[in-house]
Design a binder for this molecule. Structure first.
Ligand code: DC
Length: 232
């Protein structure tokens, strides 16, 4: 059986996990799985069904009708489908972030998504990013990275992204949302966000995107027998 390499990147929202993972996976020819997008898809299903997003029972009732598919477009970008509909944009709306964070605290939701994530790592060389990849989903990942930044740095990056997408909001609102989600994600009982003991800590508060990218690529090349495209 071919050995597949797996890289786990965990950290709070807005630390740059997705954009960095996207670029790194392209450079190393790994498949990238944004696991937050899967929780967001369940969050969107809960939102549309109008259920109480804190209720294990209500979520259990709708899950048999929630069919999630992950596809990749021609440029290798992950698209999320909910019962056949492309919801890749809908899951990014700010109100869905809190739904995703709330449903992700429910054991039934985590159990529903665990195998889907592990299957990826069995089949491909992968980068998975999320909150519990190094601690729960892939405890034997070849490299674990805990990517973080101050809440202010994360809020200003997220604000820029939202403004570019035409979403009207303020720095204070984004910061409040980030801090609330950090709190929820770190204090929930099941699979809380925390740094795995063997994860390398990378703080990007004072690094721009290119510097963060270089830092992560260097780490990967030190730990795994893989090279970036174009590097000896
Ligand atoms: O990465 P993100 O902000 O798109 O994730 C949305 C929510 O999903 C996040 O607040 C917590 C949850 N999540 C999780 O519990 N476990 C993961 N592996 C990824 C995301």
């Amino acid at each position: 059986m071919t050995k597949h390499y797996s890289i786990a990147i965990d950290g709070p929202s807005g630390a740059g996990k997705s954009s960095l993972s996207k670029k790194i996976s392209a450079a190393f020819h790994f498949v990238y799985l944004d696991t937050g997008a899967i929780y967001r898809t369940v969050g969107l299903a809960a939102f549309r069904a109008g259920i109480d997003r804190h209720s294990e029972q209500e979520l259990s009732k709708i899950l048999p009708e929630v069919h999630i598919e992950i596809r990749y477009d021609d440029s290798g970008l992950q698209r999320m489908f909910l019962n056949g509909e492309d919801v890749s944009e809908a899951i990014r709306m700010p109100e869905i972030s809190l739904y995703a964070s709330d449903v992700s605290a429910l054991p039934v939701c985590r159990a529903f998504l665990l195998e889907m994530q592990r299957r990826f790592a069995r089949d491909y060389d992968v980068i998975l990013d999320g909150r519990d990849i190094g601690t729960v989903v892939l405890p034997n990942a070849d490299l674990k990275i805990y990517l973080t930044a101050s809440s202010e740095a994360r809020a200003s990056r997220r604000l820029k992204e939202l403004v570019e997408k035409g979403v009207s909001t303020t720095f204070e609102e984004v910061l409040k949302d980030i801090e609330l989600r950090d709190y929820q994600d770190m204090t929930r009982e099941i699979a809380p966000l925390r740094r795995a003991e063997d994860a390398v800590l990378v703080d990007t508060s004072d690094l721009d995107f290119e510097q963060s990218f270089e830092t992560l690529c260097t780490l990967i090349e030190e730990k795994l027998p893989v090279r970036r495209e174009g590097q000896a």
